[in-house]
Design a protein around this ligand. Structure first.
Ligand code: ADP
Length: 412
């Protein structure tokens, strides 16, 4: 069965058509600047990328063009819409309603809409993607896969903030955690690679991309994660501050005369690697500048690695140790210098990075020394695969599917 995976952002629409029986990605692509006359559409089949600049009025028009590309032209991969058995949608916020993925019906749509208060841009975008699919494929079953669902198992002592309890009751202010689909994939895959049952492992998963988060997964159950009420919390990121002294917010608002929106913009778009280095949110550029001796770039680099280290340490303390630490996303998968800095000095705690293996490039790989008590593994994340798999499982509750170990990483 083919499953169309849709990840709709406020002005973008990413997609993959996955054959779940073989775990092969048949086609993938991205529509950017949706809602603008200067839209860009990229459609990739095998290694062949077609790039088209064209107006993309809204998500429905973008999806129509995507479906056209899947159905017609040289790179057609299906002959009719009937060959799409189901659609899986990435939805950022599932609040406390969704502890796992859900078959989309009117009630689910209403809840996603209600939760848009907590993630206005993201949930509204997901709804636009869902509505676009409904309009074009009204008979095709659809599933929502939530970024927050994986972390719904966290205990209250992890998800509550030490502020008056009434704000939790009134506004739902608590830690939700994000990147859950990625952390779920990484923890399952790590157990697979080690040939262990996930219920026997204490796993720390580090998703280090533009957005960054770390999670503690104790014997298969996520017990804490660094992102919180919003994806702003936790680690220092590309442009996001992560956790800071909350009094800085009111201090700056008073002294700089900032509105809530301006303050929000500073913390989300002007902070992190960009804010400290003054160079870029892209770690490659910060690394190059730090190698050339730029002091603020060196500082940004050191802060980034030190904050990652602190979260890993916290989660080891929570789980009385760790068996495996997973690194993923743009920085975790590619940046050997950052990995080296994060894992310097852990020998007394039984974590020993293999300097040679750390330099290797490629897909999944164990980069700790053989005598390290804790395995360090680089795993390219694959949220689309998880969305496709959940979608398949939900519409075929009783079927067997291909195990995660058979995933083909060719498009990662
Ligand atoms: P997103 O969260 O947008 O999906 P990615 O997972 O693509 O982000 O990660 C983007 C980050 O990965 C950027 O900071 C980029 O600099 C970093 N990155 C990508 N490739 C490399 C590399 N070879 N070396 C160092 N950093 C890299």
């Amino acid at each position: 069965m083919n499953i169309l995976v849709i990840n709709a952002g406020s002005s973008s629409l990413k997609y993959q058509l996955v054959d779940i029986d073989t775990n092969k990605v048949l086609a993938r692509g991205l529509c950017e600047r949706v809602g603008s006359p200067d839209g860009i559409r990229k459609h990739v089949v095998d290694d062949n990328e077609v790039r088209v600049e064209q107006p993309l009025k809204d998500h429905t028009e973008a999806l129509e063009l995507v479906i056209n590309s899947l159905l017609s032209g040289e790179d057609a991969v299906i002959e009719s819409l009937d060959e799409i058995g189901a659609v899986g949608h990435r939805v950022v916020h599932g609040g406390e309603y969704f502890k796992k993925s859900a078959l989309i019906d009117d009630e689910v749509i209403a809840k996603i809409d209600e939760l848009a208060e907590l993630a206005p841009l993201h949930n509204k975008a997901a709804l636009a993607g869902i509505e676009a699919c409904r309009a074009l494929m009204p008979e095709t079953p659809m599933v929502a896969v939530f970024d927050t669902a994986f972390f719904q198992s966290m205990p209250p002592k992890s998800y509550m903030y030490p502020i008056p309890y009434e704000y939790y009751e009134k506004y739902g202010i608590r830690k939700y955690g994000f990147h859950g689909t990625s952390h779920r994939y990484l923890s399952e895959r790590a157990a697979d690679i080690l040939g262990e049952d996930i219920r026997d492992l204490r796993i720390i998963t580090c998703h280090l991309g533009n957005g960054c988060s770390i999670a503690a997964i104790d014997h298969g159950v996520p017990i804490d994660t660094s992102m919180g009420f919003t994806p702003l919390d936790g680690l220092m990121m590309g442009t996001r501050s992560g956790s800071i002294d909350p009094a800085i917010v009111t201090f700056l608002m008073e002294h700089e005369g900032l509105s809530a929106e301006e303050m929000n913009n500073i913390l989300n778009k002007q902070s992190g690697l960009l804010g400290v280095s003054g160079i870029s949110n892209d770690l490659r550029m910060v690394r190059d500048a730090s190698n050339a001796g730029d002091e603020r770039a060196i500082l940004a680099y050191e802060m980034y690695s030190s904050i990652c280290k602190k979260y890993i340490g916290q989660y080891m303390a929570l789980m009385s140790g760790a068996d495996v630490i997973v690194l993923s996303a743009g920085v975790g998968e590619n940046c050997q210098k950052m990995r080296r800095m994060i894992f310097t000095g852990w020998q007394p705690l039984g974590i020993i990075l293999d300097q040679e293996k750390n330099k290797q490039r490629g897909f999944e790989r164990i980069i700790s020394q053989d005598d390290s008590d804790v395995a360090i593994i680089v795993i390219p994340t694959d949220e689309e695969y998880m969305i496709a798999r959940d979608t398949y499982e939900i519409i075929h509750e009783n079927s067997q599917i291909v195990p995660i170990s058979a995933v083909q990483n060719e498009f990662v």
